[in-house]
Design a protein around this ligand. Sequence first.
Ligand code: ADP
Length: 572
Amino acid sequence: MTAYIPLMVFAAFLAAVSAVFTIVGPKLLGTATDTLIDSASRGDVDFVGIGKTLLLLAVLYGIAFLFSYLQGFVMSGVTASVTRKLRDDIFKKMHRLPFSYFDETSHGDTLSRITNDVDTISTTLNQSFSQIITSLASLAGITVMMFTISWQLTLISLLMIPATLFSVSFIVKRSQKYFKKQQDYLGAVNGHIEEMLSAHDVVCAFNGQGASIQKFSEYNEVLYRSAGKSNFLSGMIIPLTFVISNLVYAVVCIAGGFFALKKMITIGDIQAFLQYIRSFTQPLQMITNVTNVLQQTAAAAERVFEFIELTDEPPDVPDAKLIAKDANAKNDFSVGFENARFGYTKDKIIIHNFSAYAASGQKIAIVGPTGAGKSTIIKLLMRFYDVSGGAIKLNGDDIRSYRRDSLRSVFGMVLQDTWLFNGTIADNIRYGKPDASRDEIIAAAKAARVDNFVRSLPGGYDMVLNEDADNISRGQKQLLTIARTIIADPAVLILDEATSNVDTRTEVLIQRAMDTLMADRTSFVIAHRLSTIRNADLILVMKDGDVIEQGNHQQLLAKSGFYANMYNSQFD
Ligand code: ADP
């Protein structure tokens, strides 16, 4: 950010110069008037003298315009770059943050930092910055010019400064709390709309429309009141400063007339002076207004920098290894958990002491009641979180010794929450391998048993899925994500079975597709239906974060323990 400071100083200089050149105008006009009066009273109007003064004036205004134009050019460049950099920084930061950040923060908050807060900073840089410089330079310049004309009149005029500042700050203080309330409730109104949009079906299912409308009206009512008050109060600033400046103006007119009678000041000077006094009010108002904006910007900047300075996910170790991915040796990956220990927070350990070994090419099933820690084990394997004790090993090496991106590229995940994006079906499948050809996409879809379905859709592979992909069914979404994983051809597979909410026919399709995917690959399956894992090489039965039984299907049944119980209850 500091890289932009020289440019900003330059812009400030340009703005100040432009203001100074503008300020000389009235004085020159006054001189022209005096020349006119003088020469006219001598009976011979000095057109040449007046013409020269007016020409000089035109040149000065021209220069002022040029500098102001340059200033605008420099500052809009700076603003655009700063805004782009902030957005980039925030977005890149989002990808470097530890997963725990996302557990603790609402998406809306992060979203608002990258949009609203950055926008506020951008507007201030673009407009308020040059306004402040121009206003300050104008105030200083005008004061100097007024002093050169008449120090007595200047002193009278300067009374305007404390009077204006006092009355404006009085209003600003009073309106500040309404502005704050307005921002807060704007957020609440937006938040409620977002909630309503994302949970539209739930709201309808529970007949929650009435309550939702009621809540919205309450927020909207507070917003309406606070916005009304804040705007009313801030709207008073301009008329009030107008009154003050008019009063001062009147006093200066009377005093000026008096001085003119005493021959202490010329008519041209009074004319110039009155013009200065008129242009004095504007920068004064501008500065008081901008103070308001600056307060808001400071808050926005704090939120943006707070985010950018959050602690990153711990970096890869200095000599982190890359995993050589050999297409012919895709099943050469063994995975071992050695006394792994982990908790999302320090005071609540979820996984106490987890050990298991998957030889390459084996199929490992993890079963257990909800909340047992099955998904947590998978997240540890993907290094979304790091263990706090023990280790997880890939081919005998601690997974922390590899680069994260390289480690993750080894795994392919098919989760219950199918994630498809707004784009064509082909694009969604291609996400697993960006350079995949059309034939590869179709082959993957065939392997995932979804080709027939896709062809029956209007547009086929080019049908556009909407944002939530709710224009196709859950089971079909699952098949598409399987196709995506097939095309990615990962070395180790992680499957979270989600067959419970699809029809039996689709379930069979999904099961077959998953079997195709698992063939010859080290795979981890979180199984909900125990019938699907009878052929697993190893079944880990988890309860409260620990493996309470392990073995293959036959061994576990023979034990007549927890697994046998679960299995029998599913088939009784
Ligand atoms: P399973 O997949 O077996 O249903 P999970 O691994 O999802 O279980 O959860 C295990 C435990 O960890 C649960 O008690 C759950 O509440 C807790 N948990 C899961 N995710 C988080 C998280 N992001 N932050 C804090 N606690 C979590």
